[in-house]
Structure formats: C-alpha cells, structure tokens
Write a protein that binds this ligand. Structure first.
Ligand SMILES: [Cu+2]
Length: 128
C-alpha cells in the first residue's frame, strides 16, 4: 500500500515537472501578418501619427483618431509586426528598415499591441 502511494506521488511529481518544462513561448512561425496594405503612399504630406520602432522598442503610447492611418517606421534591421493583443483590430508587418501603414480601429479605446516575432515588445495605441 505504501509503495503504491509512493509510486503515485512520484508519477505526480514527474508529470508536474514535465509540463512546466514544456512551457515555452509560442512560435511566431506560421502566423503571417494579414494586412500589409500596399496602399498608395500619401504624397508630400507625410507626417501623420507614427509608430517609430527602434532598438526593439515601439516607444511611447500613441493617440490617434478613430480610423486614422497610422504609419509604422522601423529603424531596426529586424522585421517587426504591430499586432493587437486581442481580437484582430490591426496587424501590420514591417520589414527591416521599412515603413508601412495600417488603419486604426474605429472603436475608441486603448489597444495594447505586440510584435509577433519578439513577444517582449509591447506598445499601446489609444483611439479617441
Ligand atoms: Cu519584432
């Protein structure tokens, strides 16, 4: 009887240890950014709301109007995405040293976002 309990306990330990060891961050592979809108670049009048990515950081929270066109400028050599944490409010992919744009949500609110390639990168888009 004692032996059975010991065995059960050992099994439990093994399972617990095993599952915690498996917990790794999900891979970003196979999650293509949906909308890299190859939209016509607005001529001359450039400076709209802009998210500037540098040194693997998005920078300070950006406040925009609903439905605004947000420009993403990537100063890094690495590719990044601007992906809403929840739902699919927006998901823009920007290549190394590249620029892209996406449309801000029409629903006011604070949208946390991240980079699918670098999950430690976080930012906030405030729509109001
Ligand atoms: Cu990134």
């Amino acid at each position: 009887m004692t032996r059975l309990i010991t065995l059960a306990f050992a099994t439990l330990l093994f399972v617990t240890g095993c599952s915690s060891g498996i917990t790794t961050t999900p891979s970003a592979e196979g999650t293509p950014a949906a909308t890299t809108s190859a939209a016509p670049a607005p001529s001359a009048t450039a400076a709209g709301p802009t998210i500037s990515i540098a040194d693997m950081k998005f920078g300070a929270p950006l406040t925009v109007t609903p439905g605004a066109t947000v420009t993403v400028v990537n100063s890094d050599g690495a590719e990044h995405t601007v992906t809403a944490d929840s739902g699919n409010a927006f998901n823009a992919e920007v290549g190394g040293k590249g620029t892209t744009t996406f449309t801000a949500p029409s629903q006011p609110g604070t949208y946390a976002y991240h980079c699918t390639y670098h999950p430690m990168m976080h930012g906030q888009l405030i729509v109001q």
